[in-house]
Ligand binder design. Sequence first.
Ligand SMILES: O=C(O)[C@H](O)[C@@H](O)[C@H](O)[C@H](O)COP(=O)(O)O
Length: 260
Amino acid sequence: MSAPQLVVHRDKELMAQAAAARLITRIVDAQAARGSASVVLTGGRNGNGLLAALSSSPARDAIDWSRLDLWWGDERFLPEGDPDRNDTQARAALLDSVPLDPARVHSMPVSGGAYGTDVDAAAAAYAEELAVAARPENHGPVPTFDVLMLGVGPDTHVASLFPEHPAVRETERTVVGVHGAPKPPPTRISLTFRAIRAAREVWLLAAGEDKAKAAAMALSGAGELQAPAAGAYGRARTLWLLDAAAASELPRDLYPPASA
Ligand SMILES: O=C(O)[C@H](O)[C@@H](O)[C@H](O)[C@H](O)COP(=O)(O)O
C-alpha cells in the first residue's frame, strides 16, 4: 500500500493537461522498460478531459500505440455504442484517433451482446480476460497495470464501487456485476479493490467544488466502506490529482490553501 501523494492544479483544464503529460511519460517509460504498457481508463468528465488533452498534445506521438493495453475500471452495462458507455466516450475523446491494436483494447462487455442481460456473467468474463493477460510475475489474477485512473464521485465512489454497496466488500473476485447503483444506470460492471490495488500507480482525479467534501473525507482517514476512494491505492504510488476547488476543504496538514 502506498500513501497518497497530492498534486493540486489551478483549475481543471490545467489538471487535464498536466495529467495527460504525466500519462504520456508513464506510458513511454513503461514501454522502454518492459516493452509494452497497460493503462486502466475511467469514465467521467475528468477522465475524458484527460484523454482529450492527450489527443491534442503533440507529445502523443511519443507513444507506441500498438504496444499499449487499455482496460476499464468500470462500465455502464448498456448496449454497444450507447453514448453513456465509458468506452464510447473514450473512443470519441481519443481512442478512435490513434493507431491502437484492437486486440489490446479491452472494453468491458455490452448488454445485449454475448451475455445478454446477465451482468454477473459479463463481469466473470472480464475477470477471465484479465486472468489470461496476467503473467506469472504479476503474482495474481490481473496484470500489474502501469497506471490505473479513477474519477472520484461526490459521494466518494470510485469505478462503480459505491459507499456501503456489496461490491466494496468483495475481497476475492476481481470484477463484479453491480446491481442497483445509486447513480444511473443502475446496472454496471466494476473492478474491485483487489484488481485496483494490483496497479503499479493509481491516480484519482477530482476537480470542482462538488468534490471538495469527498476528497477531504477520503484523505482524512475515512474507512473504505464509507468512502471507497480511501481504499484505492497502488503498489508503488497513489496520486491524487486535484484542482484548487476540489482541494479547498482538505485538512491544512495535507494541503495548505494559497492564502495561508
Ligand atoms: O460511471 C460513472 O457514472 C462515472 O464514470 C463516474 O463514476 C465518474 O467517474 C465519477 O462520478 C467522477 O466523475 P467526473 O470526473 O465527471 O467528476
